[in-house]
Design a protein around this ligand. Structure first.
Ligand code: NAP
Length: 359
């Protein structure tokens, strides 16, 4: 379904400030470099589409903050997450995928070629787009949590755990990420307190058992962090026992937040259908979004499986879908129907007039 000059809400969001008249045009632009993005890059490169890959604000994605990956087939001894992403990149670039740093900050999906703005200033056009922007860590939303981010507060034990040698730390969350973070932190910390808002874990049994069996880990059930204490660095957390309302201070030097993720889909949300949590919706058994020529893969679209291997799988699907879409467009000489820059501007002007009439 083509949106025909409007976002899904009927609003026009033309990238008016940028001049697209001389913008580079690519067959396919891939946004994001986790397992989904790299796999899409590998497949589209091997299909001769010379993909352009934007790394985004977290190059390599969540695996860059993962230690041992033991559940990706083909690595019988396991592999470190960053090493795996290096391997993915090497394989994709070997076949000609072009990688650039930069974040796609705005898009116009109202016509083809699609218009993308990188880092709010560089215009690029694409006949097809594969979104593989993944998801980012959630935070509790406390003022002092943000103030002390990087000074004791972290969402990544793999990145920051080593700073807490022989110190006490707390982990918030009751899912697999929280167990993984807590277990990893026991390599350094003298004690790890897991603060969970309920009295049962969401984590898988195997991860929970490993955490229960580790004598450095203490579980604090039905407890929530209400504040993060400390001036320059974290000195403790204010905890509330949510069944009684009683609060107490827990002295810790590190606070690791492991409460899930938010999909990185904000620039696309005006154009693409999402679920209530912002995950991109795709047609069943495909990576097609509601805009023809735009495909979604990986954790930006999958809130159920969220595994490296499934992300790679949907990256492959997106590449095949994009390849078929472009082949069909060429076969139907659809290139002649593509929107010119003048038509973009006319559509934008018409939208502005309509908005003015409505307001
Ligand atoms: P998750 O399964 O959604 O768990 C998030 C946890 O954070 C839940 O226990 C939740 O509590 C808690 N939480 C959420 N918002 C909170 C808030 N505002 N305050 C306090 N607690 C809050 O997320 P995840 O652990 O990141 O895992 C995501 C997916 O990745 C899962 O499918 C998981 O199995 C997978 N994963 C697998 C591995 C592995 O196998 N090695 C490692 C990491 C992740 P409630 O339980 O009360 O909702």
């Amino acid at each position: 379904m083509q949106t025909n000059g409007h976002t899904k809400n009927g609003h026009a969001l033309p990238l008016d400030a940028a001049d697209f008249s001389d913008a580079e045009e690519r067959q396919v632009v891939i946004i994001g470099t986790g397992p989904a993005g790299w796999t899409a890059a590998l497949y589209t490169a091997r299909a001769g589409l010379e993909p352009l890959v934007y790394q985004g604000s977290e190059p390599g994605g969540q695996l860059m903050t993962t230690s041992d990956v033991e559940n990706y087939p083909g690595y019988p001894e396991g592999v470190l997450g960053p090493q795996m992403m290096d391997d993915f990149e090497d394989q994709a670039t070997r076949f000609g995928a072009e990688v650039r740093s930069g974040r796609v900050t705005d898009v116009d999906f109202s016509g083809r070629p699609f218009r993308l703005l990188v880092d709010e200033e560089t215009p690029v056009r694409a006949r097809a787009v594969i979104i593989a922007t993944g998801a980012s860590a959630k935070y509790l939303g406390l003022e002092n949590e943000q103030r002390l981010l990087g000074r004791g507060v972290s969402a990544c034990a793999t990145c920051d755990g080593a700073f807490f040698k022989d110190q006490e730390v707390a982990v918030v969350g009751g899912g697999d990420s929280a167990m993984e973070e807590a277990l990893f932190l026991t390599r350094f910390a003298s004690k790890v307190h897991v603060l969970h808002r309920r009295d049962e874990l969401r984590a898988s049994e195997i991860m929970a058992e490993r955490a229960f069996d580790n004598e450095k880990i203490t579980f604090r059930w039905s407890q929530e962090v209400r504040d993060v204490l400390g001036e320059e660095t974290v000195e403790g957390v204010l905890v509330e026992k949510n069944k009684t309302g009683e609060t107490y201070e827990l002295p810790v030097e590190g606070l690791f937040i492991a409460i899930g993720h938010t999909p990185n889909t904000a620039p696309f949300a005006p154009w693409l259908e999402t679920d209530a949590d912002g995950y991109l919706l795709t047609e069943p058994d495909s990576t097609h979004t509601n805009v023809e020529g735009v495909f979604a893969s990986g954790d930006a679209q999958d809130h159920v499986y969220r595994q490296a291997v499934t992300a790679a799988g949907t990256g492959c699907m997106a590449a095949i879908d994009a390849e078929r879409f472009l082949a069909e467009a060429d076969a139907n000489s659809e290139i002649d129907e593509e929107r010119t820059e003048t038509e973009y501007h006319e559509a934008a002007a018409q939208d502005s007039e309509e908005q003015a009439t409505l307001s």
